[in-house]
Design a protein around this ligand. Structure first.
Ligand SMILES: [Mg+2]
Length: 128
């Protein structure tokens, strides 16, 4: 590594109940050199956020138990998490639903099936 260059690996939390979706996002992030952790539920994701430092959350909206909107609201209410960027990943494409998702406190909504280039550009935009 050249002197004076410090590469801080960004750590992204993936919350998605669908294993295929988790794997796809994991591959995309891995290719870009991001560190990531996967969680299959909002409850597990929130527990991980309490214990570890992440730079961003990729939040599926349709989840068993607590959904991604509720989880986002809880994260936004907790000052400890600051303004961690949260990107919603959802198959819900209708505008009314997108407005409701944005209102929960996410920074952006990305629709599935995922456009890899759009996902990476949006991640780069919101990572500090
Ligand atoms: Mg889901």
């Amino acid at each position: 590594m050249p002197f004076g260059v410090f590469v801080m690996t960004q750590h992204i939390l993936i919350v998605d109940d669908n294993p295929d979706n988790r794997q796809l996002v994991a591959w995309i992030l891995e290719d870009e050199g991001y560190k990531f952790t996967c969680s299959a539920s909002a409850e597990d994701g929130l527990a991980l956020l309490e214990k570890h430092k992440y730079d961003m959350v990729l939040m599926d909206i349709s989840l068993p138990g607590m959904d991604g909107k509720q989880a986002t609201q809880l994260i936004r209410k907790n000052v400890k998490f600051g303004q961690i960027p949260i990107l919603a990943l959802t198959a819900h494409a209708i505008m009314a639903e997108e407005a409701a998702i944005m209102a929960s406190g996410v920074n952006a909504v990305i629709t599935k099936p995922l456009d890899e280039a759009l996902l990476l550009a949006t991640i780069a935009k919101y990572l500090k």
